[in-house]
Design a protein around this ligand. Structure first.
Ligand SMILES: *Cc1c(COP(=O)(O)O)cnc(C)c1O
Length: 395
């Protein structure tokens, strides 16, 4: 059994993948070939935004988005500590400061009420309102300027953009949607990657729409931001790549990866429906198990189901359960075992254990089980049986 089964999918579209790759070998435009533009147009239309900018990874997508806003030392960006490192890493790479905000215990996404508190705490330089980074230079009257918010659509579920956008508007902050896990998700007919000022997704193989290597994409309705990101991704090019009008990166998506994504995108909408069926089956099999919490999908949402994650009563129960899964050759994973404010890489921010109690608590109790469109009823029943046998009731 695979955690994510890419082989079954590949078998379905083998011929299309081969012919798409052969086309690239024939025309030889390995960099920014016609497949890249084709993919950008298709995905922009699917998502419902004006501009799509293909790039080399989800991390580069986030980096390019922040660079489009000229983020620099002294700027503060609010985000969640319960995410993959890339979300906060790009903030730090540009010398800006990540300000962490705890998550909602039901959805695992950034908690809008706490976001509001964190912004007020920073503006008043008062960490009694909400925990703030405790960096030495702050004591030297180094003022941080709040610039933007990066909500993450964790496990494929959209963050609460209604509430987040209202807070962003009130405080004149931009919003960058980290949609690395949520391509295909929607809330009341508005698709993932259409929220905020810029949205960023990833085509890492394990994401809902993945390629066979690294890839990513930025989406925006803003012409100026789109122009800027198109320039940044090719070394800050002006009219051509030998006129450089700003500092940029080498952030292009390979033509070969675009060709593979085009083949995969053909069946993506169907796979998304299959993911709903798989998730529904898990939930109906596991919902009566009072030792576990199944995922909460608030009304109006369709998740992209990048992960199916469960919460045990405590860390010990999780350890026992993960061992049992392993003994039965069922793969599992922990997303995420450590909140970002507790990572060595962010020790310089001076956050303390207890600053983000929900995130810290979830990281000791959460785990994910196999999730992909091709899981069948029999496999899911077997997984659910192993999980449910003898779990400790939650207290
Ligand atoms: C995967 C992921 C990224 C980074 O994407 P890459 O393509 O691996 O660079 C960023 N944010 C989140 C939430 C992710 O899950």
């Amino acid at each position: 059994m695979d955690f994510i089964d890419l082989k079954t999918q590949q078998a379905r579209i083998q011929e299309k993948i081969k012919s798409n790759i052969q086309k690239v070998l024939n025309h030889g435009s390995y960099i920014l070939g016609p497949e890249v533009k084709d993919l950008e147009e298709k995905l922009a239309k699917y998502v419902g935004v004006k501009h799509a900018i293909a790039c080399a990874s989800g991390t580069d997508a986030l980096l390019m988005a922040l660079m489009a806003y000229d983020i620099k030392p002294g700027d503060a960006i609010f985000t969640t500590p319960f995410t993959f490192i890339a979300t906060a890493e790009v903030i730090a790479l540009l010398g800006a400061t990540p300000i962490f905000v705890d998550i909602d215990p039901k959805t695992y996404n950034i908690d809008p009420a706490k976001l509001d508190l964190a912004i007020k705490a920073l503006k008043n330089n008062d960490s009694s309102i909400y925990p703030l980074p405790n960096i030495e230079h702050r004591t030297l009257n180094f003022e941080l300027t709040p610039k933007g918010i990066i909500p993450v659509d964790l496990f494929g579920l959209l963050a609460d953009y209604e509430a987040i956008q209202a807070i962003a508007d009130e405080h004149h902050l931009f919003v960058i949607e980290d949609a690395a896990q949520s391509f295909g998700a929607q809330y009341e007919n508005k698709m993932s990657c259409s929220y905020g000022n810029i949205a960023c997704t990833s085509f890492f193989p394990a994401k809902p729409l993945g390629c066979y290597g690294d890839g990513g994409m930025c989406f925006t309705n803003d012409n100026a931001l789109a122009d800027k990101m198109n320039s940044i991704k090719v070394h800050g090019k002006g009219i051509d790549k030998y006129e450089n009008i700003r500092i940029g990166i080498n952030g292009r998506l390979d033509t070969l990866q675009a060709a593979i994504l085009l083949a995969k995108f053909d069946i993506f909408p169907e796979e998304l429906v299959m993911r709903q069926t798989v998730a529904r089956r898990y939930t109906s099999l596991l919902t009566s198990d009072n030792s576990l919490l199944t995922p909460c999908i608030p009304p109006g949402n369709v998740s992209a189901w990048a992960q199916y994650s469960l919460l045990t009563g405590n860390e010990n129960n999780r350890t026992v359960l993960l061992q049992k899964l392993q003994d039965n050759q069922i793969p599992s994973a922990i997303y995420y075992p450590k909140s970002l404010h507790m990572q060595t890489a962010f020790a310089y921010l001076g956050y303390q254990p207890g600053d983000f109690p929900v995130s810290e608590n979830c990281s000791t109790r959460i785990f994910s089980i196999p999730m992909h469109p091709y899981l069948n009823e029999k496999q899911q029943a077997f997984i659910a049986d192993i999980i449910s046998a003898g779990g400790q009731p939650m207290t």
